[in-house]
Design a protein. Structure first.
Length: 470
């Protein structure tokens, strides 16, 4: 019994071990078929492992944008000309562009109207041309103005530095502002003064052959006029002061010639600084002194003052206020050595045909140019001076509008019209009713400038003269 048991135990153990070591052929067959032969899919179209991968199967799988590339797959990104749905399908240096009816990966260019590549703005910045103002930028070189501020191209003329084509900080070159004196320049336009010499901006002057400061032309007019450099005839002017003739055409803005005044025809130019007509000698026998006059209700003054009108230094100033009747003014008797009504004599002005003068006022005002003569002034003993009759002092006159700018006025004798009210001293000898033609030009008593009552005025006159018009 015991012998037989010994034989059975080993046999049973051997059978057990043999059963444990025997392979599961079904299991092995299943495992082999899963790893060999045809590849398997993960259900989403991706082939994972096996002898052939979907990224190299020369076919466009459902998660690829083109054959073996792009899409949601783990394949390489697509090369140029491959189909794509978005730029993420393409290699890093490419973008997805519409090409006909499809989209394909394309290398960026500087004219594709898309911000791509290393551009900072659409088709600008990076390797493309520099960007204009307000376009995005990463650094100064991305901007045409060479100035990138807070990620955007800004005006280089506001940076506080010298850059781009500037010749000084924020000035010169393409900047609107010119550079100040002493700063670097390349051309006259770089300088505020318009003067660039030895590559430095120079201070403007009236000798730099350039129109600058407030000059109306190169080195004449404006501030240069006060330095004796007024502009010649035909030269551009902005105002009368710019011209040597002191006449600037309001239409052509050119200096025009002044009328010719013979020295002997000058009534007074006031350059002697006194109230008397020129003497030593008296011109054509004219003797008298300037006076302010009025209707007795207000205050009138006269004074010889500096006017600095071109080459003319002095003139006469007259003021008036608070006159309530016929007004006030300033005048001079032409032949009155005694300064009284009784010593007045007429002056023979028959060689002339007009009175000319320069005038301006602090406020524009109408002024009557008045020439009392032997018919209207009591000294002529032709009109009736009786206060009850009031037959005198209704003189020949013409009104002119004097503005705030110096202007020459020339009044022809024939333009002077008599004021109504004159009555003859001898009714059998009627007064002339016209200043010219007639005997009156040889009987001029005074020259007067009158302002109607009710006005306050400040009037300047200069270079009063008789002239002969053509």
């Amino acid at each position: 019994m015991s012998y037989g048991l010994k034989l059975l135990v080993p046999c049973a153990l051997a059978l057990y071990l043999a059963s444990a070591c025997q392979p599961d052929l079904d299991s092995l067959s299943a495992e082999y078929s899963a790893t060999a032969g045809s590849s398997s899919s993960d259900g989403g179209g991706n082939n994972n492992g096996g002898a052939t991968s979907s990224c190299t199967n020369d076919a466009k799988d459902t998660n690829e944008s083109d054959v073996d590339c792009g899409g949601a797959s783990k394949c390489d990104r697509c090369a140029e000309t491959a189909k794509c749905s978005a730029s993420s399908d393409c290699q890093a240096s490419l973008y997805c562009a519409t090409s006909g009816s499809t989209k394909r990966c394309k290398a960026p260019t500087c004219d594709d109207q898309i911000k791509n590549g290393d551009e900072t703005g659409e088709d600008c910045g990076g390797d493309c041309d520099a960007c204009d103002l307000d376009a995005p930028c990463d650094e100064d070189k991305d901007c045409s103005g060479k100035y990138c501020l807070d990620g955007f191209c800004a005006d280089h003329c506001t940076s506080g530095k010298t850059e781009a084509d500037e010749t000084g900080p924020d000035c010169g070159g393409s900047c609107a502002a010119g550079c100040g004196n002493g700063l670097t320049c390349k051309a006259a336009d770089d300088c505020q003064s318009g003067v660039c010499f030895n590559e430095k901006c120079q201070a403007p002057s009236c000798n730099d052959s350039i129109k600058n400061q407030d000059e109306s032309f190169d080195d004449c007019g404006g501030v240069c006029s006060a330095m004796g450099k007024a502009c010649d005839l035909g030269i551009t002017c902005n105002r009368a002061e710019d011209c040597e003739s002191y006449i600037c055409s309001p239409t052509t803005r050119k200096c025009l010639p002044d009328i010719v005044v013979a020295p002997i025809g000058i009534v007074d130019d006031f350059e002697d600084g006194d109230f008397y007509l020129p003497k030593n000698p008296a011109l054509q026998g004219r003797v008298g002194n300037w006076y302010a006059y009025g209707d007795g209700t207000g205050i009138a003054t006269e004074d010889i003052v500096d006017i600095n009108r071109g080459t003319s230094v002095k003139g006469i100033q007259t003021t008036g206020k608070e006159f309530t009747k016929w007004g006030s003014g300033v005048g001079v008797d032409l032949k009155n050595s005694g300064s009284s009504q009784a010593t007045k004599l007429p002056f023979d002005a028959a060689a002339y045909s007009a009175l000319t003068f320069w005038g301006r006022a602090e406020k524009a005002i109408t002024v009557a140019v008045v020439l009392p003569d032997v018919n209207t002034d009591p000294s002529g003993k032709r009109c009736n001076p009786d206060p009850a009759v009031s037959g005198c002092d209704h003189h020949f006159s013409k009104s002119v509008q004097i503005t705030t700018s110096w202007q020459r006025f020339t009044v022809a004798f024939s333009e002077l019209m008599p004021e109504s009210g004159n009555k003859p001293l001898d009714p059998s000898m009627p007064l002339n009713d016209k200043f010219a033609p007639g005997p009156a030009p040889d009987g001029v008593v005074s020259v007067q400038f009158r302002v109607q009552g009710g006005q306050t005025y400040d009037l300047f006159l200069d270079d009063i003269a008789f002239v002969k018009l053509d």
